[in-house]
Structure formats: structure tokens, C-alpha cells
Ligand binder design. Structure first.
Ligand SMILES: [Zn+2]
Length: 218
């Protein structure tokens, strides 16, 4: 079965890209410009697809920027908070209903291409933080996607029971060049090292015992 992957150019989805490419299970990578504050990750996404010979489909939804309101990830006038993921600063990094929008578009691509699945890299560490990363949400959406077409398209979440360190370990086994992935919310020249996703990234390499090639600004 071949699938469409939702591919951001971040660490988790790059490991998934490598995994599915190694299994010859990929039809296309769908990357979405939803008006995020920087496009660095999309450039990394393009480069990785080129390297693996995966078809890269960049979908421009940048006009959705006006939909999302006060998210630091889409609104340039709001500063990305530093520090660990916590209730106080997490709200600023929520892009309302992002996963439903992206999965819905990727499902449409899967239907258009005659693919059997849609894959995304949700992992166990996401659950507590973002409601649209929980198994309950994904289960409900999987049902809706299966009902949306005569062919039952499957929602694939192979990392759902894995932590980020497990994903780093798997990526190392698959030969992922982690320096070609982007996590930082800020989109500076280097990873900032201070925002919640930089902290999570750094910690995952330490826990996995895998050398971290990322250059952090601090
Ligand atoms: Zn950062």
C-alpha cells in the first residue's frame, strides 16, 4: 500500500519520510504552507524529498494566516515563548485545528492519487500538549477519512506509541541526516536552543544516546 505523508521538514516527519521511503510505501509528500512565521522547515522538506526521490507537493495555504489569530507560529507580532512546554506558553504555539486541516488535505490527495493511506508523525509526547494530537482525536478522524471515500483510506500513525527519543533512535538506524531537519519555532539562522521545541529536540538526542548534529544558538 502506498501513502501520502504529511511532511513538515521537522525531525519526526523526516524520520517517517525515511521509514516509508525505505519500505517503498510513499506516493507523495504533502507539505503545507499555512502561513507559518518562517519557511525554513519547508526548504528542508524540499531538500529531503529531492534526496530520497520522493515527489514533493507544496500546497500554499498561506492565506489561512488570517484564520488562525493569536498563535505565535503564524502571527509575526507575537513572540515565540522560551522555556519548556507548559500550560502558560503552550497556548501561544497552538495553531487552531491545524491537524484536522492538514490531514483533511492529505486525505484528499490520497483519494486523488488512488492511495491507500495517509501517514503522519504524531508521537506519544504530543498527546498531553495538544488536543488534536491525542489518540482520541486521531481515532475519530481516521473514521471520518475512511467514510469520506468508497475506498477506505487508512490513517497511519506508526509513531503514536513512541516517544521522541525512540524516533531519534529509529532515524539513526535509517540513516537520517538530522542536520537536514528543522524544529525551532523561531526560524533564525540556527536553532535557538531556548524555545520549547528546541529543548525537546535536544533532550531527545540525549535520551536516545545519538549524537546531535544540531547547532544551537545557546
Ligand atoms: Zn528554538
Amino acid at each position: 500500500m502506498r501513502s501520502v505523508i504529511i511532511y513538515s521538514g521537522g525531525l519526526d516527519s523526516t524520520v517517517l519520510l525515511y521509514k516509508l521511503a525505505s519500505e517503498n510505501a510513499l506516493a507523495e509528500a504533502v507539505s503545507i504552507n499555512y502561513g507559518q512565521r518562517h519557511a525554513k522547515e519547508l526548504e528542508f522538506a524540499f531538500q529531503n524529498c529531492k534526496k530520497l526521490g520522493v515527489k514533493f507537493n507544496l500546497i500554499d495555504l498561506s492565506s489561512l494566516n488570517s484564520v488562525f489569530g493569536n498563535s505565535a507560529l503564524t502571527n509575526q507580532s507575537i513572540e515565540v515563548p522560551d522555556g519548556e512546554y507548559a500550560r502558560g506558553n503552550i497556548a501561544l504555539t497552538v495553531v487552531p485545528n491545524r491537524n484536522m486541516i492538514m490531514l483533511s488535505i492529505a486525505a484528499a490527495r490520497a483519494m486523488a492519487l488512488g492511495c491507500g493511506g495517509v501517514a503522519y508523525a504524531a508521537h506519544s509526547g504530543d498527546h498531553a500538549l495538544y488536543p488534536d494530537c491525542t489518540p482520541e482525536f486521531a481515532g475519530a478522524l481516521a473514521k471520518a477519512i475512511a467514510l469520506a471515500d468508497e475506498r477506505k483510506i487508512e490513517l497511519l500513525r506508526p509513531f503514536i506509541n513512541m516517544g521522541k527519543a525512540d524516533i531519534v533512535k529509529l532515524g539513526a538506524e535509517l540513516g537520517v541526516d538530522f542536520s537536514g531537519t528543522w524544529s525551532c519555532y523561531k526560524g533564525g539562522k540556527l536553532h535557538c536552543g531556548k524555545c520549547s521545541t528546541c529543548r525537546e529536540r535536544r533532550q531527545a538526542f540525549i535520551e536516545a544516546g545519538v549524537p546531535d548534529p544540531t547547532e544551537y544558538a545557546s
